[in-house]
Structure formats: C-alpha cells, structure tokens
Design a protein around this ligand. Sequence first.
Ligand SMILES: [Zn+2]
Length: 395
Amino acid sequence: MMQKNIMLQIFTGGYLENNVTYNAIEEKICPLLQTGKIKGILIGWSIKTQVYEKVIQLVHSYDAECYLWLPVFSENGLLEKAEMLRDDTGNQVRSYALKEGENFEFYCPNQRNSKENVRHIYEKHFEKYTFDGLFLDKIRYGSFANGISGVFNCFCPACEKAYAKAGIDPAQLQAEMKKVREQREEYQKSPLGITGYVDGSYEFANPLWKQFFTWKSEQITKALEEIISYFRGKNMKIGVDTLSPFMAEFVGQDYKKLKGMVDFVKPMMYGITNAPAGLPFEYANLLQKTVPDGGENVRNIMNHILSIQNDSTTRMDKDFVREEVRIVCDHEIPVMCGIEINRIPGIVDVTPTYIQETMQELSKTQISGFVLAWDILSAPEENIEMLKNMIGKEN
Ligand SMILES: [Zn+2]
C-alpha cells in the first residue's frame, strides 16, 4: 500500500455547546498519534470549551499540526449578525437542522458581515491559541439539502448589483427558476435540464445555468480570497472543506479557482452519510428537489449522465466515488480525502469493514492522504481498532 498522510477531525460541538473534555479527546486520539502516522488534526468550533491549548500541546508533542476548524458562510449567525441568502421568490433560505449546534443556514458571501464574521469570531475566541492553521468549512452556498431555495439564490440587493456587473439579468434567472418550480416540460426530464457531465463540470440545455453557477463560484472565491488573505497575514496555513465535484458546482465551489489559494482541500467523500454533504443524501436531494415527480425514470437518466453503475440509495457507487476523487486530484491541489469514520445511528452507520474497503479503494488514487472525519470522538472502539490497523499497514 502506498504511503498516505492521515489527519483526524474532532468536533468539540457547535459554538454554544460544551460537551467534550480534554480527557475524552486524549483517550481517543493518543492510540492513533502513537502510530507516528498522524500529520495533523482539525478541531472546532465550540467557544464554550477550554480544551484547545492542551490539545495543541499534545498534538505538537507528536510532531503533528493543529488546525482550527471554523464554519464560514454558515453557523456564524449564532454569534454575530449575519444576512441570510434570499431566494428567487424573495424569501430567506431555510436552514437544515442536523442536530443542535449545527444549523446549516447559509449567509450571502456578498454581504460584508458574512466575510467579517469569521475574522471577528477568530479574534474574540480563538486568536489566543497557538493553532498552525485554519480549516475553513462551509465556504459555499446552500445545497438542495436546504430545498430548491438552497440553490436558487441569492437575490439580495448586494447580489443584484453583482449580477449587473457580470452582465447577468437576475429577472431572466428568476423566470427560468420559476419554470423549474412549476415543472414546465423541459424541466421534467433531468435536474435543471442537465445534458452532460464531463470532468466535474455540468452541461445544461440552457446556457443560463452555466452562467449562474459560474457567477456563484466567482462570488465565493472573491469572498474567500479576502478571508484567506487575513489569515495568511497571521502566518496560518489554510485547508478547506469541499463537496464532491458532482455537487460542488451547485454550491459555488470551483476547484480550479482554489488552486494556489489553499494548502489542501478536503473533499467530503462520505459514501454512506444520510445528512448534508453525505453523497447518497445530496444526490437524493438533487433529484427530489429539482424534479419532485421524477422517480426512478429521472434517477436512471441522471445515473447515466454521471456514469453511476451500481446505484443504491444508501451507499454511493464506489467506482463513481473513486472517479470523483480522481477529478479533484487533477486540479493540482494537495487532496486530503475526507472519509466518514464515526457512527451516529440512522445518520452515519460506519462499520470497520466500510472503513477498510473505502481506504483500500481510495488509496489507489493520487490523494495525499485521508482526513478521518467528521468526528473521531463519536467513532466506536471497533472503528478505531480498524483505523490503527489500516494506518499501521501503510509505509
Ligand atoms: Zn446576496
């Protein structure tokens, strides 16, 4: 097996939660740190806990790096004033509640406070710690998991101006979105009239969609550049959480634009997660929210477009997952592939066998390594045993 770097992801809870102890973290990560194969950890984002500096010292004692994990265009409304996205009908985009502390509501990247909140939160609550870098999560718009409005945005006054600058007529976009909502004939065949998918990029019957999604990725990139430049000024390294290419375009993430901006990307290749960013979950939402009565027929059409051979509603086709990882690797950014290793019954039922299969399969790609996500603290002992086994084997 080829050598891959390993990073661990630790969720200390949402901003206002306080349910982890240093001892619990130490107990969970020490057996893995002792393998000598752990390159770093990503930890965040509760402000109610005092564990950070002790964890940093522990991780540094194993010559590994410590990244602070912070959400960017989501969650920050709990602590600061934030402007929600406006959809094509003028309404605020609803959040998707996974559990307490993580609300999956999304803020407009064209609003000044959306960009400044992450900085303010860092300065107020985290600057005192000696983190090596920032791991930026939710650098994106909502997805179809937030309903069709999660993608049909933003139409706030700041965005209206940005459309004008880009030569896009928002009224034309809104008219096309209305056709999708009303399921006019051309939008009953495939999501948004998609006709093809090549190297992580969609082809649409109406080129307006391409213009719209390109515009969205430009807004995210512009905002992200500003945020990254602030943290680079503090000598911090930068990693970012990203969606699998087949979902990235819909949320304004463009891997081409991330090249040179970040130290690594962590595509979330969560093959069995039944929650936002989970591949089967996001895929089901893409189909159901764009063509509600499409059923098996539209699913088959989309499977064909995406080259999904072994379709299952609970586990994404492993050949498709490997191909998606290949697409990310082609962008010449170090790829730390995110795989789920935790267990939350009904949401993410990871077994040791799943971990073994996934790591073996994805090790064949050009990734730099794996991030064991998204929360090592909720991984059962048998999963940790398998990880020790897999990591120990690699050299
Ligand atoms: Zn906006």
